[in-house]
Design a binder for this molecule. Structure first.
Ligand code: HPA
Ligand code: MG
Length: 220
């Protein structure tokens, strides 16, 4: 059963904007981020709970947990670590196979409209009959995930679910809602905890709002 949106944590803009000097951030980003939206400790505590919820909805069958690269890798590794200790519907640990798919659609802070998926037809065919859990960092407009799911729908998987650490509350949303969500974030470009802006900011632990200085400094 997909999570009810009332179970997401809503990062309300003003209430949850921490100043940069409230937490430790790398000195090289001191001018490049505006505020801290989700401190690293809160991210980790939320992932521990998501891991419990997700695992408890599976039976004893093996699940292919697939990281959507590059942004999803930090969430993926922390989520899988917590899922190893969580229990499924039968009160047992869940057998998991780990896989990776590279999907790219963003340049600067805009979706390019084109989605590139790295899996070959042969790799996709090997998913037939399997349970797939896609692990994504953020659902923004939702178009990237919609495209990926549309591609996967041709390969007769047993089940496909999506866990996204973040969903953005944007009027540009195509309406797609993932099965599991950590936090709903305001309509700002967010970076850190592996979310990037042109591959920058993956080395920042907290999820932050990028500043105008950061946007122009790292534009391509
Ligand atoms: N930050 C980083 N990557 C993204 C975002 C964002 O706000 N939206 C879509 N990809
Ligand atoms: Mg992503």
């Amino acid at each position: 059963m997909p999570m009810d949106p009332s179970q997401w944590i809503d990062v309300v803009e003003d209430k949850f904007k921490y100043k940069l000097d409230h937490f430790v951030i790398p000195g090289h980003y001191s001018e490049d981020v505006e505020s801290i939206l989700i401190p690293h400790g809160l991210i980790m505590d939320r992932i521990a709970k998501l891991a419990q919820i997700i695992t408890s909805e599976y039976d004893n069958e093996r699940v292919v947990v697939c990281c959507v690269l590059k942004g999803g890798h930090q969430f993926f590794s922390d989520l899988v670590n917590y899922m190893k200790k969580a229990l499924n519907k039968q009160g047992k640990t869940l057998p998991m196979t780990l896989d990776f798919v590279r999907v790219k659609s963003y340049e600067n802070d805009k979706s390019s409209g084109q989605v590139h998926i790295s899996m070959t037809d042969k790799e996709l065919q090997e998913l037939k009959g399997k349970n797939l859990l896609l692990v994504e960092d953020i659902i923004d407009t939702g178009k990237t995930m919609q495209k990926l799911l549309e591609t996967l729908s041709k390969y007769e998987l047993k089940s496909v679910k999506v866990a996204s650490l973040l969903v953005k509350k944007t009027p540009l949303s195509c309406g797609y809602i993932p099965d599991y969500v950590g936090f709903a974030v305001p309509d700002l470009f967010v970076v850190g905890y592996c979310l990037d802006y042109n591959d920058i900011f993956r080395d920042l632990d907290h999820i932050c709002a990028i500043s105008d200085v950061g946007k122009s400094k790292y534009a391509v």
